[in-house]
Write a protein that binds this ligand. Structure first.
Ligand code: DOR
Ligand code: ZN
Length: 346
């Protein structure tokens, strides 16, 4: 039996596109299905200034194959030395849609992030005044805090103090992984939303560790216990407009994933929409997939919905997704959910 679902073309509200050969290899994987994406600025060196964001945007558009359309929504990487006027100007001229806060040391290329949050308060106040949202990687980085507790503790120690001092600041908790994150968003009425990745709806920490270590399931924030995955599933499939898709699709070449010190990141751009259709159908919520992937994000960011559609089709035989994408000579492994998926974007 063939089943199909047509939805407004989705956007990805959290995406790593990298640069150079990797950018050229992976950009079509996103542009094929998504109209727009919030582009993470954690390059080496990071995208800190408006001029750097403009140059990166040009490189992304130059890498887009002829005939494809895609709008990169640029962000700036917040550092303790970021310039308030430069950020405000990049927002005023429409170049950037958000600023990204990485606690220093939290994840890939986050060394230039923020250690002393009081040093960026002036910038955050300005952002609240001009209506520029803050995307937050919500994990504390103290060595003595267990990696599985870092999101919950971040909410109490960093996020809540920022929100109570600057309640007008619009904040997106990126890639939440816990019921604590879900509850915190639900308890707060205004100016707060969260993105959820595809992979955190599918894997828990057992998938990473049981039966041998699976480097392609390792990402940050790391997947948590099953009860947290289930809380994310309920939030994502509920239709609640405070939760929307941010894939955090984050490619690393296989040699750096399958490594004694493997990089964090799951590459899901290629099969995300099919996997989401599977997940939402499993939870009897296919009617909320459009809200999660295509409507709630634009509403929070104050942007129009896309005016075209994609169609997802379910067939009788499992879909063959590519298992690898080639970036020059190097391979990138596409996220394998570990079960057959019958949906595809047609
Ligand atoms: O798993 C992740 N990979 N989490 C992040 O926060 C960064 C990302 C990357 O850039 O590789
Ligand atoms: Zn990310």
């Amino acid at each position: 039996m063939t089943k199909s679902l047509t939805i407004t073309r989705p956007d990805d509200w959290h995406l790593h596109l990298r640069d150079g050969a990797m950018l050229r290899a992976i950009l079509p994987e996103t542009a094929r299905h998504f109209a727009r994406a919030i582009i993470m600025p954690n390059l080496m060196p990071p995208v800190v200034t408006g001029a750097q964001a403009l140059a990166y945007r040009d490189r992304i558009l130059a890498a887009l194959p002829a005939g494809m359309s895609f709008e990169p929504l640029m962000t700036l990487y917040l550092t303790e030395d970021s310039n308030t006027e430069d950020i405000a100007a990049a927002h005023a001229n429409g170049l950037i849609k958000a600023v990204k806060l990485y606690p220093a040391g939290a994840t890939t290329n986050s060394a230039s992030g923020v250690s002393d949050f009081s040093k960026v308060f002036g910038i955050l106040e300005k952002m609240a005044e001009i209506g520029l949202p803050l995307c937050v990687h919500g994990e504390v980085t103290d060595h003595n805090i267990d990696i599985f507790d870092r999101e919950a503790i971040f909410i109490d120690r960093v996020l809540e103090p920022i929100r109570s001092s600057i309640p007008e600041l619009r904040i997106i908790m990126e890639h939440i992984t816990t019921s604590d994150g879900v509850d915190y968003v639900r308890e707060n009425e205004a100016n707060l939303a969260a993105t959820i990745t595809t992979h955190h709806l599918i894997i828990n920490r057992n998938h990473i560790l049981v039966g041998g270590i699976k480097p392609h399931y390792y990402c940050l924030p790391v997947a948590k216990r099953e009860e947290h995955r289930l809380a994310l599933r309920i939030a994502a499939t509920s239709g609640d407009n405070r939760f929307f898709l941010g894939t955090d699709s984050a490619p690393h070449v296989d040699t750096l994933k399958e490594n004694a010190c493997g990089c964090a990141g799951c590459f899901t751009a290629s099969n995300t929409m099919a996997l989401l259709a599977h997940v939402f159908e499993e939870d009897q919520s296919l009617n909320h997939l459009e809200a999660f992937a295509s409507q709630n994000g634009p509403a929070f960011y104050g942007m129009p919905l896309n005016n075209d559609t994609i169609t997802l089709t379910k067939s009788d035989t499992p879909t063959n997704f590519p298992s690898k994408i080639y970036a020059g000579e190097e391979k990138v492994t596409v996220f394998d959910p570990g079960f057959p998926v019958y949906w595809s974007v047609t």
